[in-house]
Design a protein around this ligand. Sequence first.
Ligand code: VG1
Ligand code: CO
Length: 543
Amino acid sequence: MTVHTHPTTPFDDQRPGTSGLRKAVTVFRQPNYLENFIQSVFDCVPELAGGLLVVGGDGRYYNVTAIQTLLKIAAANGVARAVVGRGGILSTPAASHLIRRRGAAGGFVLSASHNPGGPDGDFGIKFNGANGGPAPEALTEGFYARSRGIDRYHLLAAPDLDLRHDGEIRLGGMTVEIVDPVADYAALMDGIFDMPAIRRLFADGFRMVFDAMHAVTGPYAVAILEHRLGAAPGTVINRVPLEDFGGHHPDPNLVHAAELVARLSGPDAPDFGAASDGDGDRNMILGREFYVSPSDSLAVLAANAGHVPHFAGGLKGIARSMPTSQAADRVAAALGIPCYETPTGWKFFGSLLDAGRISLCGEESFGTGSDHVREKDGLWAVLMWLNVLAGRRLSVAGIVREHWRRFGRTFYGRHDYEAVETAGANALIAELRALLQQLPGCTLGGRRVLAADDFAYVDPVDGSRSERQGVRIVFEDGARIVYRLSGTGTAGATLRVYLERHRSDPADHDTEATVALAELAATAAELAGITRHTGRTVPDVVT
Ligand code: VG1
Ligand code: CO
């Protein structure tokens, strides 16, 4: 087996977005496209040579093909050992854990997360560093810069490997170690939660449904929920990972997890429902006929973390992404701990977690996590809820309603306008930016604007600065409107409009969120000229 150096020419569209490089499969299949990006990472991370590398993906179409190429490039770039999930499978949180546990120099996670898969779907590749977390912005910008000047890549001329069985294989100078994707992750969960209490909860007749959406969490959820915790066989639905996720979006929200939502309604519904996404880092939490908004979930888990052995010493701090509701801030204030506000994307939580400043963090986009890994973690969030339910022996709705009585309810909604024309979306944001200075003091839809800005973040640990992270309008009554463009979409632009409003009076708490936010939504649409710029009158998805 010999190393070949292949000449290549750059592509100009390899800038990683919110969560790595995400493109249509057809884009990734262009000759040298994958090779260029991977080689760019190796050129920017010299520690990989002679080091250990973790590799796995969410099992979508092109996963194994890409891993074969990746391993040959890794071997040609001097990686000493690659740890690969059996069959090329690793959930994002499990990959993060393996990187940390094995002291790896980094890892590649091959996934386009909640985007649809298949030959006409999307693919993605993300590099995580030695702390197990997504590469920080400075590094991903470095990958991009390198990709624009790349003129060669190194590849070992070798046959494809059989990744179906645990064990070790030599690939040139590199050892490939194939491991059970679930074992280490399940052991980590055992050490975090009060598993006997959760086991007793199930033994006492508690029923749940977990929707793996034919994505990566199926094997993890079966092993942990059904085998270790004694949930009834069949608790995990859509449990077999499929290359095209059965033709669905593996996106856990009320629209795409319709089967789960239907199961949780009706008199015979189970007590608890949950779903995860393509790569296993998201979570949606449902009670019987009850939806927990992700922003509330973060706040409720923070307020109840004392039931979980891992947090027995208390929480150090909480962080949330800027568009996530301020419900968690109220809990942090009550606990007397700091609450940080970061830009969208998990990479911004890494330095706070590494520095021990926060224990819990979350995003409105169905992402919740803690210091146990450096990614958001879907199954962990489900176990966290189960641990709280086992400790409190209340219904999901009971816990959330009690939380609202104590802290007030923060009504929350995100309106997504998907695949709109890029020029119109950019113009909309540009016009909003131009308006910002005039807004404070104005009255919009009956509310006075207190402040308006384009969110800029200075990392309190390393001082790095990130600009233009979302247009934010804060009203005197605490309500907010936030606008930003997605960094994970692959067709045109996706406009996200985030709305929130707080109500203390319990008499208001039973209002539907869409009703409570209707005025604010109208204000947001009018102020930004959404119809004028996008031609749309209603959002595609409301979460
Ligand atoms: C979206 C979410 C963001 C999340 C990101 C990755 O990004 O809004 O909160 O971190 O997806 O999630 P954007 O730029 O499209 O709004 V995942 O599950 O794809 O790793
Ligand atoms: Co994901």
